[in-house]
Design a protein around this ligand. Structure first.
Ligand code: FES
Ligand code: MG
Length: 596
């Protein structure tokens, strides 16, 4: 059976009618229906074939980055109603990147699970995904992928630019910079707090090219947001206006039965990988995109990220890799302008990929204007070449990501300038088991750290530190900073904030906690990293590796802290590694659950 959408095109039967309009089972229909009338909805709205549209609300007092969605949802509702739909706003599990302990990423899969259950279990024909703060975006897209009802994403938008004494202060980035100045005694605690607070001047998410701006840009590059939606700052009037347009559009998507699996294809992920390099996207992006792909059954791994993304130039001049912030990104033209620059150079792999507005990525972006070439560079004068990730392998791990575009000149001169051994460095390992040990011991002079030390963080992966901590960008001890050594090479099985500019080697998989090579590493070992060959190895014999592995097993494996909550235990028992998207392993076999 099909219903007319009033525009002449036909659509499949709305799934909401199984709940609210099933004459074959009047008793059940009445029970499903009657309570939704109790706040004023009419039978006409629920039984006349209007699409019922969920608004998956991630904003709350506990999630300030997304809190403005509470306001924006009013415009989304108006858009849904204008197009003939009925809105149903409901809360998602809150995720606040900066406020949740032990780490917000523990909750990504929890929010995913709960949204799958809501979208499956209630009479919704389509859904607006209110995205923003780092983990909310992947959590909601993963759920849309699993359930596969028509879905459209809406960013809450970045905060306005932060300013302090005439300089732009960017979210997160200013923390990493200012804590060095605090450690060096240049500023005191109150000055430090004042500078950091200046970077958060309004509602919205991080105004830097951190994980939030990255993932919101990639949600658009995947085709899941209306063109231009990602970059509009949260307080701007255009943000309310695109919320209205988003509400209108989801109703059309339901009539057209345009589903996440029609949009988030392998071709769309390839586009997103290229856009990620061009914007200088976060090292968290491969984790989340690999996860979304797995929930769709699309093959995608970290070798793809290197093969498709590494050679793409950095075009977007936003902190931490560059100088500008979110408002500047929007004024320059946002994602469509970036895609247009890539298209002009023939670098967008799949202009034919479909998007939520029913047009292709190429049709949406080909004529988008770049309005500020200081902020969005043309491919002919990029900020950097080869801005994507490389995927390192060796006896330390099977996969670890490095963002080579953030390697500083100081770092390059110190570690990568040997003409006989270009792009490679060796050092002596200093191993920390978890962030607490790092904080307790880093300034202890007895460690005797030098510029030839490589800092290792282990026990920080999805199992070791449930959810994987953002802790790999370790600051050198104060005594080295005072000597002018502002960064040491850092390697670890945890993650790193997208707002950090450290050239760390991170997301190492498998992690120490599941017996990865990092568990065999000892302080004092020599380690060699070769960026050209893509290798990272402990310089010991294979026999020694075998001996250490036997010893680790005899000791009962790598020890990590006990569970603090039921969810930590449940997730640890079934979570995959960072290179595999940190998904819940039993969940990835479920596809298209709305239609089962
Ligand atoms: Fe929420 Fe950065 S902390 S977006
Ligand atoms: Mg983060």
């Amino acid at each position: 059976m099909s219903a007319s959408n009033g525009n002449g095109s036909r659509s499949t039967k709305l799934r909401s009618r199984e709940w609210f309009d099933n004459p074959d089972n009047p008793g059940m229909t009445a029970l499903y229906l009657e309570r939704y009338l109790n706040y004023g909805l009419t039978r006409e709205e629920l039984q006349s074939g209007k699409p019922l549209i969920g608004i998956a609300q991630t904003g709350s007092d506990l999630s300030p980055c997304n809190r403005h969605h509470i306001e924006l949802a009013k415009r989304v509702r108006a858009g849904i109603e204008a197009a003939g739909g009925v809105p149903f706003e409901f809360p998602c599990h809150p995720i606040q990147e900066t406020g949740k302990r032990p780490t917000a990423s523990l909750d990504r899969n929890l929010a995913y699970l709960s949204l799958v259950e809501v979208l499956y279990g209630y009479p919704l024909d389509g859904v607006v995904l209110t995205i923003g703060c780092d983990k909310t975006t992947p959590a909601l897209l993963m759920a849309a992928a699993t359930v596969n009802i028509p879905a459209i994403a809406l960013s809450v938008g970045p905060m306005l630019n932060g300013w302090h004494k005439g300089e732009r202060t960017g979210s997160g980035t200013v923390v990493w910079k200012s804590r060095e100045r605090l450690a060096a005694g240049e500023i005191d605690y109150d000055q430090f707090m004042e500078i950091v607070a200046s970077s958060a001047p309004s509602v919205g998410y991080c105004n830097t090219m951190g994980t939030a701006t990255t993932m919101n840009s990639l949600a658009e590059a995947l085709g899941m947001q209306l063109p231009g939606s990602a970059a509009i700052p949260a307080p701007y009037r255009e943000r309310g206006q695109i919320s209205y347009e988003t509400g209108k559009r989801i109703v059309g998507m339901v009539h057209e039965d345009l589903k996440p699996s029609d949009i988030m294809t392998r071709q769309a992920f390839e586009n997103a990988i290229v856009v990620n390099s061009a914007i200088g996207g976060s090292t968290n992006a491969p984790i989340h995109l690999n996860a979304i792909a797995r929930h769709l059954g699309v093959k995608l791994d970290n070798d793809d990220w290197q093969a498709i993304g590494h050679k793409i130039p950095l075009l977007v001049n936003l902190q931490p890799a560059g100088e500008y912030l979110g408002e500047d990104y929007h004024h320059a033209g946002g994602v469509p302008a970036v895609v247009a620059e890539l298209m002009k150079a023939g670098l967008l792999p799949n202009p034919d990929a479909m998007t939520v507005n029913g047009r292709t990525m190429g049709q949406n972006c080909a004529n988008a204007e770049n309005m500020d070439e200081k902020v969005i560079r043309p491919v002919s004068s990029p900020l950097k070449q080869d801005a994507g990730f490389i995927n390192l392998k060796g006896n330390l791990f099977d996969s670890a990501i490095m963002k080579t575009s953030v390697i500083s000149q100081e770092f390059r001169d110190r570690y990568l300038s040997n003409p006989r051994d270009p792009d490679a460095f060796e050092g002596t390992a200093q191993v920390f088991d978890g962030p607490e040990e790092y904080h307790a011991r880093i300034d202890d002079p007895a460690l005797g750290l030098t510029e030839n030390t490589i800092l290792f963080m282990r026990g920080a992966g999805p199992v070791g530190y449930p959810g994987a901590a953002e802790v790999v960008n370790m600051q050198p001890p104060a005594y080295l900073i005072k000597k002018g050594i502002h960064s040491l090479p850092c390697i670890g099985d945890g993650r790193q904030s997208g707002t950090s500019g450290s050239p760390s080697i991170l997301n190492a998989s498998p992690e120490a906690a599941v017996g990865g090579g990092l568990a065999l590493l000892r302080t004092g070992d020599r380690v060699r990293v070769d960026l050209r060959k893509g290798t990272a190895d402990i310089l010991v014999t294979d026999d020694e590796i075998t001996r250490r592995r036997a010893e680790l097993q005899n000791n009962g494996g790598y020890h990590y802290p006990k569970h603090q909550t039921p969810w930590q235990e449940i997730q640890r028992s079934m979570v995959d590694q960072l290179s595999e998207g940190m998904v819940l392993k039993p969940a990835v076999k479920y596809r298209d659950v709305a239609h089962t």
